[in-house]
Design a protein around this ligand. Structure first.
Ligand SMILES: C[S@@+](CC[C@H](N)C(=O)[O-])C[C@H]1O[C@@H](n2cnc3c(N)ncnc32)[C@H](O)[C@@H]1O
Length: 224
C-alpha cells in the first residue's frame, strides 16, 4: 500500500516537472525569428512620427517589438541621422522585421532600400508597410545574407542578439564583407549583450567607432 502510494506521488511529481519544463522550453524556443505559422494573427497598427514624416507600421504576433517601435532601433536611426556625413546609394537593412529602420531611411533619404529577414511573417508585414508608407523599397526572405546580392554603401541593422553569437557575428562580419569601398555598417547593441567584446571582434577585421550611447545601448559605425 505504502509502495503504491509512493509510486502515485512520484508519478504526479514527474507529470508536474514535465509540464513545467515544456512551458519553459516552449517559451525559450519560441523566439521572434522562429517561423511559427500557427501563431494566431492579430494585426495591429503603430503610428510613429520622425523628422516631420508620419509613418504607420502594421505589426503582428510573432515579430520583434510587435507593439511599439523598439527603443534601440529608434536610437540607431536617430543617431544615424544626427551623425551621418555623406550620401549613400545602395542601402541594406538586414534583419528588417516589419520594416521600421529601412522604411524610415527610405522615406527621409528618398532612396531605395533593400530589406531582408528570416521571419516570413515579418517580411509579409514589411511588404505591406512599404506600400502603406509609399516608399521605394523591397522586402525579401533571407537567412542572414543568403539571398542578398551585391555590395552596399550603407548596411544598417539592429541584429538579433538572441539568435546567438555566431549569427550576430555573421550579421556584422558578413556586413563588412558586403560593403563597397568607403561603405559603412551601422548597428546597435546593448552593453549587457556584449557590445565591448563585439567591438573587439570587429576591430580585428575593420575599423569601428562608437558613435553614441544611451540607456546601455551603443551605436557603432564600422568600415573596412
Ligand atoms: C532585433 S530584431 C530587429 C527588427 C527590426 N529591424 C526592427 O528594428 O524592429 C532582429 C531581426 O533579425 C531577424 N533575424 C533573426 N535571425 C535572422 C537570420 N538568421 N537571418 C535574417 N534575419 C534574422 C529577426 O527575425 C528580427 O526581425
Amino acid at each position: 500500500m505504502t509502495f503504491l502510494f509512493k509510486n502515485y506521488l512520484l508519478n504526479i511529481l514527474k507529470c508536474a516537472i514535465l509540464s513545467l519544463s515544456k512551458k519553459k522550453w516552449g517559451k525559450i524556443l519560441e523566439h521572434y525569428f522562429t517561423n511559427n505559422q500557427n501563431l494566431k494573427s492579430e494585426i495591429r497598427s503603430i503610428n510613429f512620427s520622425f523628422d516631420a514624416y508620419n509613418f504607420m507600421f502594421k505589426s503582428d504576433n510573432g515579430v520583434f517589438s510587435k507593439n511599439k517601435i523598439d527603443y534601440a532601433s529608434l536610437f540607431l536611426v536617430k543617431t544615424f541621422f544626427a551623425n551621418k556625413e555623406k550620401d549613400y546609394d545602395r542601402i541594406l537593412d538586414i534583419g528588417c522585421g516589419y520594416g521600421f529602420i529601412g522604411i524610415t531611411l527610405s522615406k527621409v533619404l528618398n532612396k531605395h532600400v533593400d530589406m531582408y529577414d528570416i521571419n516570413k511573417r515579418a517580411v509579409h508585414l514589411c511588404k505591406m508597410n512599404i506600400k502603406e508608407n509609399g516608399v521605394d523599397a523591397t522586402a525579401e526572405e533571407s537567412n542572414i545574407y543568403g539571398n542578398v546580392e551585391g555590395k552596399y554603401d550603407l548596411i544598417i541593422t539592429n541584429p538579433p542578439i538572441r539568435a546567438g553569437k555566431d549569427t550576430l557575428m555573421e550579421f556584422l562580419t558578413g556586413g563588412l564583407a558586403r560593403l563597397n569601398k568607403d561603405g559603412e555598417l551601422w548597428f546597435v547593441i546593448s552593453k549587457n549583450q556584449g557590445a565591448k567584446s563585439v567591438q573587439k571582434e570587429v576591430e580585428k577585421i575593420g575599423t569601428i567607432v562608437k558613435v553614441d550611447q544611451s540607456k546601455g545601448f551603443y551605436v557603432f559605425c564600422a568600415k573596412n
